[in-house]
Design a protein around this ligand. Structure first.
Ligand SMILES: [Zn+2]
Length: 237
């Protein structure tokens, strides 16, 4: 989530990073729906037991949400560590060689299209106001007041996956045995239509194609696990 993913720097990081978060949440929910649906539909192919369905669905929900959260925590921590290290280096350079750093900032602003005289004036003003922040933004492309937080990222993935996983879990466990498979398949495909469409809109991508891909992916996952579960049942496992 660096500045490069923000569509329009002139409007600040706020809107861009909010959209990124929202998109990550929708995709996380999507993951929860597809993987848990595949799991419970597969078990439903093999057994009628409601206890087995509940166990499979709940285990899938917990395993998936915890693994997503842990993965997100690790990856965002690595990014955060490198941001912290870059800021520490910058701070030291500003302390040890302020003149060279002023030249550097001037050169960066010149490269962005300011005339040398204006760039110099701008660099001096930015340095007087908050040198570290100016270097962080212009040189490193990060905002020291808005660094990525690994715990926020981990919680967001956990909640998004859980929200998605709850749908197939409840759909397979709550209805009567005779209709639970069809209710699960129908509600999963309906939910994937929504998340696929929404994710595409947030990414400003053509919605119909992305929605179709999302729904097809979920349908394929359920068909494959149901076939596998039924084979195990037929084989008498
Ligand atoms: Zn610098």
């Amino acid at each position: 989530m660096s500045a490069s993913t923000v569509p329009d720097p002139a409007h600040g990081g706020g809107l861009g990073s909010r959209l990124n978060w929202l998109r990550a949440a929708v995709l996380g929910a999507n993951d929860g729906i597809v993987s848990t649906a595949g799991l419970v539909v597969g078990v439903a192919g093999a057994t009628e037991s409601q206890a087995a369905l509940l166990t499979a669905g709940l285990s899938g929900l917990l395993a998936g949400s915890l693994s997503m959260a842990a993965g997100e925590y690790v990856s965002v921590s690595v990014q955060r560590d490198s941001e912290d290290a870059a800021l520490a280096t910058e701070k030291r350079e500003l302390r040890e060689s302020p003149a060279a750093e002023l030249d550097e900032l001037t050169a960066l602003l010149t490269a962005r299209g300011l005339s040398p005289a204006v760039a110099r004036e701008a660099a001096e003003q930015l340095t007087a106001r908050d040198a570290l922040r100016a270097h962080a933004r212009v040189e490193l492309g990060i905002d020291p007041d808005d660094l990525t937080n690994p715990w926020h990222a981990a919680w967001a993935s956990f909640l998004a996956f859980t929200a998605g996983a709850l749908l197939p879990l409840l759909a397979i466990v709550l209805p009567p045995a005779s209709v639970r498979l069809w209710i699960t398949v129908a509600s999963v495909l309906a939910a994937l239509t929504l998340t696929g469409w929404w994710a595409a809109r947030l990414a400003a991508a053509p919605a119909p194609r992305a929605t179709l891909r999302t729904v097809a992916g979920g349908a394929l996952a359920m068909a494959v696990t149901y076939a596998a579960g039924s084979l195990l049942d037929v084989a008498g496992v």
